[in-house]
Design a protein. Sequence first.
Length: 240
Amino acid sequence: MTTFDIVEKLGITVNETTVWRWLKKLHFSWKMTRPVTILGNDPTVKSERKAFVEWYQSMTPQYQHNNIIHIDESPFKLQIFKSHGWALVGETPNPVIPTSRGPNVSMILALNSFNITHCEVIVGRGVNSSILNEFLTKIRETLGTEQIYTIVMDNVRFHHSNPEFYDHYPYEIKYLPRYSPFLNPCEEAFSLIINQVRRNPRPTGNNDLMQIIVMRSACATVTSAQLLGFLLHSESFSNM
């Protein structure tokens, strides 16, 4: 709800700045909204969410933060560039971008609260079950089998398309409840990585973008303190 909405609802004539002062005195703050789809509040979905949270909370904090590996995929636009730039007063910086959208570029990310376990950049096609299986194999090669790990990922169709692979995979696979992206800390990690990409020169093609994301180690800029913050933030939605 905005200050305009509040003034309209109260049916009084008052400056919006005054409403701001009222809200601050009542300990309200201006926050980013997190839209939830109608189905996100469906009783069945809430039941799935409750079951997932109960499973998660049954684990020790050490296991939650170290042995649960969160995975997600995100598309990247080739036209990612800085949202601000210097210009003369009265002029607007308008960077020229290609008319063509170019090939698809996606990143797959795996993380816990200590580090980014693995990341891959896929150019020219979206992430499918074959690419995901290769990614999971690399995670296994990185982590080994001396400890028990659980992979948590979104409940999308292609994540279920190769049951034989999962039957022989050494780690448990756990799926997030439907319509619950806020339970995945990768969402905020992607946002941070995108901001890091924007700080670099505007990409002119998919090879440049790969250099920005991988060669310039955008993932490496995400600190363990930030990862822990992302995880704790996702845990704060456990009661939704």
